[in-house]
Structures are given as structure tokens and as C-alpha cells.
Design a protein around this ligand. Structure first.
Ligand code: F7E
Length: 331
């Protein structure tokens, strides 16, 4: 039985990856930061089948101890300060966790378990002000936020440990990936939950920022499969993981409101508070390498993704006994 160590296990990707690896017969160990109120909701279905151990990407000793004690075969580094907007307000903290945290973990592996295979969650935010479209593994980086800058550092640290010490270290350059488990601060979930809140009369407006931004949105459950496949290859390499389609925030709104029979233009307002000091206007990924070498392909398309997210947020309210007051939701 293989052992996988996952940082960021309480997040969207961590929970989907834990489920996927358990189904494949892995022993799953998750690193969790100490907190008075740990948020384990996403792990509800697997909590009794995984081991949670305390540790922090800010604390090298804790990482070394965990790697030494559990001797993982595979390590997935999914932990980060991952909200781009917040990284402008907390650039140093973002760098400590999202950039230097990668090196702390790589050092722990190099010292205590150099044969472990390592996955780094790199991001399409590294492409930022894109130099070419669509973006592939060969596209130069031009990050546009402290988060993007930190991810570039983590990406090159991963490449560097592979080249310097021969670690089996891979970096997955994942484009935006969403699900009903997405945090409410990210635009897709903010919209799906906002649509449901409006349909149930909890509010009348949804305030958003830049509606013209375009993203390559996929389903997180599809993307964690690619993470695992990268670590099963004979040679470590970096891979773009993307749907290959791009849509604007405005289009996401159109589809999401249409799901409950409402016209988005009657409810969405633009609030400059949600603008970013520098924006990534367009992301569009080319996952040809992942398709050819990993045999990976996404199963959930854009429209189905939007529907699943809206249905989830509507479903939560119906399950709580609330009554819809607008649109076509039927109890
Ligand atoms: O923004 C625009 C916003 O916060 C998407 C993270 O997982 O994916 C994610 O980063 C777009 C941006 O995600 C609002 O300006 C408009 O252009 O959902 P987001 P993100 O910044 O693309 C990458 C791949 C990661 O690696 C990150 O960790 O939507 N937008 N109005 C808005 N965004 C938010 N959050 N809220 C708004 O009201």
C-alpha cells in the first residue's frame, strides 16, 4: 500500500485528491495547520479513512518530522495562500507560505525521504499578462500579483530540486478549477451562491468586479486525476492542465442565472472594490502534453460545471427547508 502525504488537504483540491487516492488504495496522510476551529467539512465523507497530522508550511521542523515519521511515497503540495485578491493585501505572508513553503517542504523531502515523488501545485496565474495564447509549458511567465510571483518561485524551486538533487519532482500548471467545494470568495462560487441567495430572496443584488476577465475553467475533480498521473510516469516533467476553452465572468453569470430562469443583468452590479491593482485579463490553456503523455482528459464541460455549482447552492437551501421566491426553482 502506497502512502501519500497531502498538504492543503482541507481545501477543495485536497478533499477531491484524498477521495481519489483512497479509491486507488492509498494510505492518505493530511497535513493540517493547528487551529482553534479546524475546517474539516470538505473531508466529512473520508474523515475516518485518512490520518490528519499537525504541521505548517511556515515551520520547517514540523515538515521534517512528518516526512520522517510517515515516509510517504508521494507528496502533494496543495497548501497555499491561494486567493489572488488577498495576496495584494498580504504580499509577505503570501510569499512565506506560497513561495518559501515549497522550499521548506522540498528540503524536508531531500533530507528525510529523497525517494518520495513530489507534486507542486503551480498555477496559470504564473502566465499573468500572457505572452501567447493558448498557454503551454513553453509559454514565458509574467505574473501579475504577489500570488503569481510566489507561484513562479515555487515552480522554479521544484524544477531546481529536480535538476540539482535528482528528486522526482513535478509541477502541474493548473488553470482555474472549480466545484461546489470552491471557497465562497472565488468568483465562480460567489456567483453560484449569489444566484441561489437571490432565487431564495435572501438578497436582491450580486456585486462583482471585472466582468470582462476570461478564464479557462474546469472541474476540480477532473484535475486531481492529472496530479496523480504525473507522479506515475517514468520521468518527472511539468504539465499544463486545462480545459482548452475560455469564458468571461459575464458569461459565467449568464449561464448561472439562466439555470434558475433569471436574467443576470437585472441583478449583477459592478463594484470597483473587487478590481485588482493589476489584472490577468485572459487565460486559455493548451493541455496537449497532459493529454498525450498522461492520457488525461476532462470529463465535465463548462456548462455542466456551472449547473452543478448552482444546483448545489440551490440544493443546500432546499434541504434546509427554505422556499424559493424568484425564478424557476421548484421545491
Ligand atoms: O477570479 C474576476 C477576477 O478569484 C477570477 C485561484 O484558484 O485560479 C484562481 O485565481 C477572475 C479574476 O480566481 C470578481 O478579477 C470579477 O479576473 O475566482 P478568482 P483567480 O484570481 O483566477 C488560479 C489558477 C489560482 O491559482 C488561484 O489560486 O474573476 N472577478 N469579479 C472576481 N473575482 C472574485 N474573486 N470576486 C469578484 O467579485
Amino acid at each position: 500500500m502506497k502512502t501519500a502525504l497531502i498538504t492543503g488537504i482541507t481545501g477543495q483540491d485536497g478533499s477531491y485528491l484524498a477521495e481519489h487516492l483512497l479509491a486507488l488504495g492509498y494510505r492518505v496522510v493530511g497535513l493540517v495547520r493547528r487551529s482553534a476551529t479546524p475546517s474539516l467539512e470538505r473531508l466529512a465523507d473520508v474523515r475516518d479513512r485518512i490520518e490528519l497530522v499537525p504541521g505548517d508550511l511556515l515551520d520547517t521542523g514540523s515538515l521534517l518530522r512528518v516526512v520522517q515519521e510517515h515516509q510517504p511515497d508521494e507528496v502533494y503540495n496543495l497548501a497555499a495562500q491561494s486567493f489572488v485578491h488577498a495576496s495584494f493585501g498580504e504580499p509577505v505572508h503570501t510569499g512565506e507560505v506560497t513561495a518559501l513553503g515549497v522550499v521548506r517542504l522540498l528540503e524536508a523531502i531531500r533530507i528525510a525521504r529523497p525517494e518520495a515523488r513530489f507534486y507542486q501545485a503551480s498555477s496559470s496565474e504564473m502566465f499573468g499578462k500572457v505572452r501567447q495564447s493558448p498557454q503551454s509549458e513553453d509559454t514565458p511567465f509574467h505574473p501579475r500579483s504577489p500570488y503569481g510571483v510566489a507561484k513562479v518561485y515555487g515552480h522554479w524551486a521544484t524544477v531546481n530540486y529536480r535538476e540539482s538533487y535528482g528528486l522526482f519532482a513535478c509541477s502541474g500548471i493548473l488553470f482555474n478549477h472549480e466545484s461546489p467545494r470552491r471557497g465562497l470568495e472565488f468568483v465562480t462560487r460567489k456567483i453560484s451562491d449569489g444566484v441561489a441567495a437571490i432565487a431564495f430572496g435572501e438578497r436582491d443584488r450580486l456585486a462583482l468586479g471585472n466582468l470582462d476577465a476570461r478564464r479557462d475553467w474546469g472541474f476540480a475533480g477532473d484535475y486531481v486525476r492529472a496530479m496523480h498521473l504525473m507522479l506515475q510516469q517514468t520521468e518527472p516533467r511539468d504539465y499544463v492542465v486545462a480545459s482548452g476553452t475560455t469564458h468571461s465572468v459575464r458569461e459565467f453569470c449568464q449561464y448561472a442565472f439562466a439555470r434558475v430562469g433569471l436574467d443576470w443583468e437585472e441583478y449583477v452590479t459592478v463594484d470597483p472594490r473587487f478590481y485588482r491593482p493589476a489584472e490577468v485579463e485572459l487565460l486559455h490553456g493548451d493541455a496537449s502534453r497532459a493529454r498525450a503523455e498522461l492520457g488525461w482528459a476532462p470529463e465535465v464541460g463548462f456548462e455542466e460545471l456551472v449547473q452543478r455549482m448552482v444546483d448545489h447552492d440551490v440544493g443546500r437551501r432546499l434541504a434546509a427547508g427554505r422556499e424559493p421566491v424568484r425564478g424557476t426553482v421548484t421545491a
